[in-house]
Structures are given as structure tokens and as C-alpha cells.
Design a protein around this ligand. Structure first.
Ligand SMILES: Cc1cc2nc3c(=O)[nH]c(=O)nc-3n(C[C@H](O)[C@H](O)[C@H](O)COP(=O)(O)O)c2cc1C
Length: 208
């Protein structure tokens, strides 16, 4: 059974622009896989706690801790979130840009799923990912533009997600964005239309 994991990261929940864009991506995936199971994981707005001290201590240690082996504290939600990711055939991350990068809610999710001895390991060559690759779609919403000719701010979100998800084995990333949501109704309508066109082109291409 095909599984789609939707990680929703905006504090605005279902009212979020990134949520709407993620829903469109999910719509295209469901057209191709009508029987797919959709798992919605809302992490926005502080729903997901930050990692605790014993988790942070254990991740910095060479050997697994007792809390790690017992799945206590943050290791509980970490294991649950990693299992969701492992079981997913497609991942859709809906996220706003906050201060040029991912919102802290998405960072909290990443801190739970990018875990030494679990989703990556250290070896003589450095870090080795343990997850199998799968398509990851990232739906980004931003108040101003960060890509193309209109860009006038740095983008630490895209390279950061590529680096950190690549570290655990997820390399097949595709980004869609609605950029300029705070630039007035006309700019927003145009940004949505550009995103819709990019989605149509992507999902109608033979390789998609
Ligand atoms: C804390 C915070 C920081 C933000 N930082 C940026 C930023 O660096 N660049 C930007 O273009 N927009 C920024 N915005 C605007 C949001 O990205 C924009 O409103 C976006 O459309 C929200 O998406 P959502 O509806 O999915 O939450 C910021 C908004 C908030 C609340």
C-alpha cells in the first residue's frame, strides 16, 4: 500500500499558504495513486516539543544511552516520527520560510528524525545515511521572493533541507513555492499561478 506522509509546518495550520500548496501536490500524487494512504503530521505552532536534554546528551555520545535504548523522553516521539518517514513512499513537506530558513517547528521535526545510530551513522568516511531514498516534495511559502530574478533575500531554507535530508538518505527533493505572499493580492495571485503552472508541468512530464 502506497503511503504519503504530509508534514505540515506552518503555525497557521490549514489556513497556511504552504498547506494549500502541499494539498495541491498531494492531489497530483493521489491522482496517480488513488488508493494511497495519507498520513498528516502537523508539527507547526509548537505541537511538537523540542528535543530534551537526555536526547541531546545521548546524540553527542559515542555509545547509546539507557534512555536511547529504552526509547524514553524525546526518543519516544523520535522513533514514532522516524517510523512514519521510513514507511512513507512519498513525503510532502509544507513549510513557510521564517527568517530566511525553515521555521523552528520544521527544525524540531528534523532534530527528531536526523538521529545518529538510527537514520545516519558515523564511519571512517564521515556520515552514512541509513534511510532509502524516496521522492520528497517541499511546498514553500514566503512573504517575499527568494528565487529567480525577483529574489532579494538570502535562501538558507533550500540548501539546508537538501543538506540535512541528504545526510539521512533523502536526495530526491523537488521544491515548489508560492513566493511573495505579503506583496499584495495581485502579486499573490501571480505567485499562485506560477506555482500551479510549475506543478502542472512537473506532474505532466513523463519522468514525474
Ligand atoms: C517569524 C516569521 C518570519 C518570517 N520570515 C520571512 C523571511 O525571512 N522571508 C520571507 O520572504 N517571508 C518571511 N515571513 C513571511 C512568511 O514566509 C509568509 O507570510 C508566508 O506566506 C507564510 O506561509 P504560511 O501561510 O504557510 O505560514 C516570515 C513570517 C514569520 C511569521
Amino acid at each position: 500500500m502506497t503511503r504519503i506522509l504530509h508534514v505540515s509546518c506552518s503555525p497557521r495550520g490549514q489556513a497556511a499558504e504552504s498547506y494549500s500548496l502541499a494539498q495541491k501536490i498531494i492531489g497530483f500524487l493521489l491522482e496517480r495513486e488513488p488508493a494511497a494512504i495519507l498520513i498528516n503530521r502537523f508539527v507547526g505552532g509548537g505541537v511538537l516539543s523540542h528535543i530534551d536534554g537526555s536526547y541531546a546528551t545521548a546524540l553527542g555520545a559515542a555509545e547509546p544511552s539507557a534512555a536511547e535504548m529504552a526509547g524514553e523522553g524525546s526518543f519516544g516521539p523520535s522513533e514514532e516520527l522516524i517510523a512514519e518517514l521510513e514507511n512513507a513512499d512519498f513525503v510532502v513537506i509544507g513549510t513557510p520560510m521564517h527568517n530566511f530558513t525553515v521555521p523552528s517547528a520544521l527544525k524540531a521535526w528534523i532534530d527528531h528524525i536526523a538521529r545518529v545510530r538510527r537514520t545516519f551513522k558515523f564511519n571512517t568516511a564521515g556520515k552514512a545515511a541509513t534511510l532509502r531514498d524516496r521522492p520528497v516534495f517541499v511546498a514553500v511559502s514566503s512573504g517575499a521572493s527568494f528565487s529567480g530574478k525577483r529574489a532579494h533575500q538570502p535562501d538558507f531554507l533550500t540548501p539546508y533541507l537538501k543538506a540535512v535530508l541528504g545526510m539521512i538518505g533523502l536526495h530526491e527533493l523537488t521544491f515548489f513555492s508560492v513566493e511573495g505572499t505579503t506583496q499584495g493580492p495581485l502579486a499573490l495571485a501571480e505567485a499562485r499561478a506560477r506555482a500551479d503552472q510549475a506543478l502542472q508541468e512537473y506532474f505532466s512530464s513523463p519522468g514525474a
